[in-house]
Design a protein around this ligand. Structure first.
Ligand SMILES: Nc1ncnc2c1ncn2[C@@H]1O[C@H](COP(=O)(O)OP(=O)(O)OP(=O)(O)O)[C@@H](O)[C@H]1O
Ligand SMILES: [Mg+2]
Length: 511
């Protein structure tokens, strides 16, 4: 098969390659298609997609990969793909079509941004047939999946082919309804094990017994590859590890202790890490360890967003390398990343969450503010709910907070007082505000009213005023809102009253 020549060691999959090629021909002729390539971990989705993409010399090919280990910012796979597309066209892109946002209200800005992104993609495809690969869709954020749905619907009349790889169970778990819709609008291609002929081909190339390999691996490509590797390194061994995980664990166990420790820390970072960041967190030189792991085929060097790095050859290797007690590493990594400028808040939150670190609440609030800037409403809401749950369970005492803990980005009500009940009210109000701007008026207003009642009882005029203003920030009809009037009156009353001794006067309140 023509395609196999482009990826050494690739075998079989003629039927799938022919099917993809047929869909590509239709796309290239202006009838855009979308393919959902579904298969279990290690079944060969990436290998097939790479082989197929390598033969598309008549296309512009761009990739976006979701982070399976968590912590990626909203829209991450799209940002990667759009940046790659921009680079190929000699343009600069930082976000998703930011030029269209202007001063629109958030919901309109979001619509305009997604619409502009879809059209930028369609324009690029009209200029040159484009193959867009989105890897590991199950690990993508909700907003990314929503954008994919828009692209799939819009692509039908342009030379654009979208191939999204995914694992079925994880996709259904993470994106239930959207996944169902996607499966209806895209062509679903299910990837099963390799057939006996493909296994025989792989075995013959290495002088191995094809029938035996097929019997043990049942055609599962990752297991097969690992068995082949085992045979190459230990030709006399007769013991066959029962699972792919067992082989991978054995492979890691053969490395030196420092290399294993480095791989453990890298695995806590995720599927990949920047070399300099890994070394900083480990507080030692890790170059020899990384080289050892590359030589053993455990890692590959890659270019990460923030610099040169290393990536596990497979996510299951990352799983096998995870240390027994990763929380300590998560805390160190989260705190270290917090010192970067700009702070990668999504990653910080992910690590502090895994570590159950006390700095988590302020990081979650900051990440929510950033997600809102990116108009990733789903992620913002999720983070706002998380912040409220944290503030309710464990209100951090004001005095115990280190200086850097008080610095979520200065957007909206995040500048509100920090610590204890006052912080909980601020966090609650942030949730209410997000609900209001994302269209859930009922929940948003109920949140404002609840915060206002609490603030009034506590004599917190600042929070009461903010609750009233947030409540009134979305005008539904040109009618007088009694509730709003009442909240504003309560605020004025409280401002007139002397402050109770245990609440500091709000900094900007009139004397
Ligand atoms: N057709 C094939 N011929 C030879 N080797 C293959 C083939 N398909 C997959 N492999 C090998 O099997 C291993 C797993 O494949 P791959 O990474 O493509 O799986 P995947 O389905 O993308 O897994 P995941 O869901 O974890 O991303 C890789 O080492 C790959 O090179
Ligand atoms: Mg893959």
């Amino acid at each position: 098969m023509e395609a196999a020549a482009h990826r050494p060691g690739f075998a079989g999959r003629q039927g799938e390659l022919a099917h993809l090629t047929q869909l590509w021909e239709a796309s290239r002729a202006g009838r855009g298609t979308a393919v959902l390539l579904v298969g279990d971990a290690g079944m060969g989705k990436s290998a097939l997609t790479e082989t197929f993409a390598a033969t598309r010399t008549d296309a512009r090919v761009v990739w976006g990969r979701a982070w399976e280990a968590g912590g990626a910012p909203p829209f991450w796979p799209w940002l990667q793909a759009l940046r790659a597309l921009a680079r190929q066209r000699g343009e600069q892109v930082h976000g998703l079509a930011p030029e269209r946002r202007g001063s629109l209200p958030p919901d309109e800005a979001r619509f305009a941004m997604l619409d502009a992104t879809v059209h930028a993609l369609l324009d690029a495809a009209a200029e040159r047939p484009t193959l867009l690969v989105l890897e590991d869709l199950h690990a993508a954020d909700e907003a990314s999946v929503a954008l994919l749905e828009l692209v799939v619907d819009a692509a039908r009349q342009v030379p654009l082919m979208v191939v999204a790889t995914t694992r079925q169970r994880e996709l259904a778990e993470a994106h239930g309804r959207a996944a169902e819709r996607l499966q209806r609008s895209a062509t679903r291609l299910d990837l099963g094990p390799l057939d006996a002929d493909a296994v025989a081909e792989l075995a013959a190339a290495r002088g191995l017994d094809g029938a035996e390999l097929h019997r043990f691996s049942e055609g599962h490509p990752l297991y097969l590859q690992e068995l082949v590797r085992l045979r190459a390194h230990e030709p006399t061994s007769t013991e066959i590890p029962p699972t792919v995980e067992a082989i991978l664990t054995a492979r890691l166990a053969a490395l030196t202790a420092p290399a294993r420790e480095t791989l453990g820390a890298l695995a806590v970072f995720g599927r990949e890490a920047v070399d300099a960041e890994l070394a900083a967190v480990m507080e030692r030189d890790v170059r020899a360890d990384l080289a050892e792991a590359v030589a053993a085929g455990v890692l590959a060097s890659v270019r990460c967003e923030r610099g040169p790095g290393h990536r596990f050859a497979h996510i299951l290797l990352r799983q096998a390398a995870l240390p027994a007690a990763p929380a300590r590493w998560h805390a160190r990594i989260g705190r270290w990343l917090r010192g970067l400028a700009p702070v990668p808040w999504s990653e910080v939150v992910h690590h502090l969450r895994e570590a159950d670190d006390p700095g988590r609440l302020s990081a979650v609030r900051a990440a929510a503010a950033v997600a809102m800037e990116q108009l990733a409403f789903e992620e913002t809401l999720r983070l706002r709910h998380e912040a409220l749950a944290l503030a309710e369970v464990d209100p951090p005492p004001v005095a115990a907070r280190p200086a850097d803990e008080s610095a979520p980005p200065q957007t909206g009500p995040s500048e509100a007082p920090s610590g204890g009940a006052a912080e909980r009210r601020a966090v609650h109000l942030e949730l209410a505000e997000t609900q209001l701007v994302t269209g859930d008026l009922q929940a948003g207003r109920a949140g404002c009213v609840a915060v206002a009642a609490e603030a009034r009882a506590a004599g917190d005029a600042l929070a009461l005023g903010r609750a009233a203003l947030t409540y009134g920030s979305v005008i539904v009809a040109a009618a007088v809102d009694d509730r709003l009037e009442e909240l504003l009156e309560h605020t004025l009353e409280l401002l007139d009253a002397p402050a109770p001794p245990d609440t500091p006067a709000p900094p900007d309140a009139p004397a």
